[in-house]
Design a protein around this ligand. Structure first.
Ligand code: THU
Length: 158
């Protein structure tokens, strides 16, 4: 028997330390929380996707009385980017969330969104940086693949 340990490298920036190039992206994710339709969970999530052409596309969670019919902010933003800018690579995604008490300190993408992020990377053959935007700190993961260890992808079916 042997043990395998998987590690995830996360850079933690204080809000003032965040590199300038990501400041607008983080702010866009925070602003996007206000457009969420979240009457059931009251958990308002915003996502901002930075494309290689410099465009920032935002999305937010869109809920439904038939709960599984709703969609997370990350996938709303990623699918909108794919629909509006087909073939344009995604460089980074920032995510933020608000409860009725205010902005949450740490929001991480759900498993389904991680799977979609992984395929976004595979399609464009370039890493997607993931920025998790808290009130005090921003957590940066250099590649979405590291958020989904032992992942399943189209590579497994060929
Ligand atoms: N949600 C997101 O939009 N993104 C996440 O990363 C986690 C969860 C949404 C789904 C649902 O509308 C609400 O947050 C509560 O789970």
């Amino acid at each position: 028997m042997k043990e395998v340990i998987l590690e995830t490298n996360i850079k933690v920036y204080s809000v003032t330390e965040l590199p300038d190039e990501f400041e607008k992206l983080a702010q866009s994710a925070i602003s996007a929380t206000s457009g969420a339709y979240a009457p059931y969970s009251k958990f308002r999530v915003g996502a901002a996707v930075l494309l290689e052409n410099g465009v920032i596309v935002t999305g937010n969670n869109q809920e439904n009385a038939a709960y599984p019919s709703g969609l997370c902010a990350e996938r709303v933003a990623l699918f909108y980017a794919g629909a509006e800018y087909p073939g344009v690579a995604v460089c980074a995604i920032a995510v933020a969330a608000q409860t009725e008490e205010g902005q949450v300190e740490m929001i991480t993408p759900c498993g389904a969104c991680r799977q979609v992020l992984l395929e976004t990377e595979i399609r464009s053959r370039r890493p997607v940086k993931v920025l998790l935007c808290g009130l005090m700190q921003i957590y940066m993961i250099e590649s979405a693949a590291s958020l989904l260890p032992l992942s399943f992808s189209s590579f497994d079916t060929h």
